[in-house]
Each structure stands twice: as structure tokens, then as C-alpha cells.
Design a protein. Sequence first.
Length: 509
Amino acid sequence: PASLMEELVSLCKRRGFIFQGSEIYGGLQGFYDYGPLGVELKNNIKAAWWRANVYERDDMEGLDSSIIMHRMVLRHSGHEATFSDPMVDNKKNNKRYRLDHLVKDQKADVIEKVAAGIGEDASNFPAVVAALIKQPAKASEVLKAAGVRDAFSGEVGDWTEPKPFNMMFKTTIGPVADEESYGYLRPETAQGIFTNFKNVVDSTSRRLPFGIAQIGKAFRNEITPRNFIFRVRELEQMEIEFFCVPGTDEDWHQHWLDKRLAWWEAQGIPRSKIEILDVPPEDLAHYSKRTYDLMYDYPTLGFEEIEGIANRSDYDLGSHTKNQSELNLVAKVSENNDSIAKLTIPHPETNKPLVPFVIEPSAGVDRALLAVLSEAFTKETLENGSERIVLKLKPHLAPIKVAVIPLARNREEITTVAKAIKAELQGLGLGRVLYEDSGNIGKAYRRHDEVGTPYCVTVDFDTLGLGGGEGKESDPALKDTVTVRDRDTLAQERVKISELSGWIREKLR
Ligand code: ATP
């Protein structure tokens, strides 16, 4: 039988959530396109995040900065030097792998041999990888001796020395391609927030503590994109940089950990499916004082990162500011003689210029969407023995909130009423309401179960007092009512058209 991940991939394609990028030319690895329902689900996830983190707080501002950035930004952020993953090539077929992925995917006895060969314990996988990177010549020998297989050919490979591979996409800016005319596609949205720190402070009169939120695309030239939308080369992030007085940073770190866990739960991800990884010091990114990774139990993949919540200390603003030596920075930063701005803010009590600490909750939209779909995907056996697939999405995330279905598409009295109901419900501002006259009502119900539409509203002959389709008498009590079908309970209820808006609004609140 197909795994849950396979079923999800198939549903996403069949119903128009997610397609392979550039599919009609054979596809492009690591790129996906969001279809008619995928774009709605994605927008709803982003809106829920924005609502919780910007609108419902009084200490946050929003931002939408540009994707292509000055090379100096990514130089002083540390990305030019350190934003890389270790890679190895198989000389037999010129296939390239991310070292840690390659080793992790081997059989247990091969991993044992690699670990022993490099002098580490196999149970401490990060240490094994770190040792392989530190001793590249030996690593190449160890991979060969252990019989590490190529995932592509299945054969034992002839491995090169591991070397770092920078994951940033570089591009030329302007008509002349010379040494100075390149820029980068941002590998995280965060840098746009740091470079606009002063603009936001000056234009909003914010004082500490406060945060800036941004949702947008980021680009990483992943060596081995895989696992559907889990690891892609064009991704979307929802990031917060929360600026605070040094010394209060650990409390704010805890605050954001709690807030973010509560948010995931509100999106239908139970607390029991998320593990908090307190990242060990040796695995921390170059900017981090401490990081909690939220690990979600993805189907097939197991626990993998869905969000990172990092204490970035004063590293970022400290790296991008001028006059670094006067600012008592805590983080080790490289010298910056390019910045023209002093990135300080007055201390709330002493008013002395201060470089604040930063707490960064950074979540991936694509990974969020995959988790939300995984939790919502449900297979049920009905009383009559048939099976139904239903996406039990939280209503605020559902791509279509209500489908309005005329029971007969060629009866104008019925379609007119159905269209009027669609227009009225659409006006509630709850999201997409679909007028659906594709015919067979059973098929429509099945489709809307599969895409997670919470309610289907059916306009039938009784609504118009016309009597049933098979020459039945109409029940006068049913005139001016519609049938509302509940996705989860399958209950069907007659609701007065005059009360329908209020009814739906109440249910979808
Ligand atoms: P990983 O270790 O899985 O590569 P990371 O630690 O590099 O992830 P961060 O740099 O912390 O990830 O990025 C923050 C968030 O952005 C991640 O928690 C994840 O949700 C998302 N993300 C990062 N890389 C990708 C990617 N290649 N595809 C999809 N989402 C990603």
C-alpha cells in the first residue's frame, strides 16, 4: 500500500494543490508550483501567521523587503563565507551528494564502518559528519573503504574529498556583467529585516522591545532537494526578528518558544507531534547563542525541522553597523568598513545607544503546509463500507470555505438562487466561496471532502417550493431553506436562506 507521503503527493496533484515546477519540460528538481487550491491554503497559513504575530500584538511591525540583495549584505551577514553544506562527488557517475544525507541514507553497518573509520561513535551522527569534514583526505578513503553506495546507481561509489558548497544563488544585476555587478537572491528573509532596522525605528518611533515580521521567498541551492516540498530550492519563510535589551533575551526566547508552539497547535498540529530540540553548542549556526529547533513528526521522514527559534545575540546588527569598535558588541563579528549606518537604538532606561539582542522565530511556509496537510489527511470507512478521503483542515485554513451547489444546473430558478447565495456568502469576507454546478452531487461532495471544504450548501427543488425531482410533493416547511452538509460529521441540516449568513459566520469563526 502507498505510504501517507505518497498519498499526499498524489492528492496534491490530483486536486490541484501542488505541481512539479516546469513539469511540461520534464520538471526542475527542487521547485514546485502551487495550484488553485494550494495557493489558497498557502495564503491562509500566511494570513494566520500574520494575524497572530502582527495584528494581535502591539509590539510588532511588518515588512516586505526585496529578494535580490547587495552582495555586501550577504558578505557581512556571514553567508558568503559560511552558508554552505558539505558535498561529495561520486567520480564514477559525476553525481553530487550532500555528505550528511549520503551517509545517513546508508545501511546501519555501513554507517558503523564510516564512524569507526573516522574515529567517532556512530550514535553521535553530527560528530561523525563533523569529523569527515575536518579530515577531507581521510574522509574520501573512509567512504570508499566502508562501501558507501551511490543513491542514484545503487553501486559502491568512488568518492571525492568533501568540500563546502555555498548554497546562495548568485545573479548579475544590470546590463554589464563584470566583477562588481553581481548580487544574491536572499537565502533567508532575515537580512532584509536587519538592513531595514533603522528605517523601521525612525519611521515608527519604536522603542525596545519590539519586533519586525516578514513573509517572503528565499532561495537555497540545495545539493539534494528531496522529500516533496520539505526541501526545495525556492522556499517561503515566515520570520520574526524580535529586538530586546541584552539580559532580557533568554526570557524573550522562552516567550517566543511558547507562542510559536501555541500557534502550531491552533493550525491543527498537536503539541504531541512536535519535539523541541535544544541544539547542542557544536551544531549552532554561526550567529546563534542558543537555538530551539521545532521538530515535527512528518509522515515517512520522521522528526524534521519545521521551525528554528534562535537567539542571534547582537551578531546581525553588530555585523551590519558602522563604528563597531565603539559599541561593546558581545558577538564576534567581522570588521565592517562598508556600512554607512549606525544600527543602534536608545536603551529604554538610560537612553544610551545600544545594539539590541535578537530572537528569531523562523518557519518555512512549505514545511508548514506539508505538516498541515499531513495532519488533516484522514481516511474513513463509512457505514455502507465505502472509503472516503477527507481533509480535516481547520476551517480558517480551508482553501474553499463553502461550496454552493444547485441540484439542477439547467433549471434557472435554482441556479439564480444558488448564485445569489454564493454572492452573499462571498461578501462575508471569510475566504473563497465556490459556486459549483459540475453536475453529480455525490461527486461534488466527494471532491469537497478531499479538498477540505467545511460546508456544502445545496439548493434544491424544495428550496423553491417546487416539489422533488421525481414528481414528489414539496414540503412547504422546506421552502426558502437549503441543505448544509458538514464535512466532518456528514450531518445534513436544513437552514433558512435568511439565516444562512449568520449560521455560516458562526460556524467558521
Ligand atoms: P535544514 O537543516 O532542514 O536544512 P535549516 O536549519 O537550514 O534547515 P533555517 O536556516 O533555520 O533551516 O531556516 C528556517 C526555516 O526555513 C526552517 O525551519 C524550514 O522551515 C525552512 N527551510 C529552510 N530550508 C528549507 C528548504 N530547503 N526547503 C523548505 N523549507 C526550508
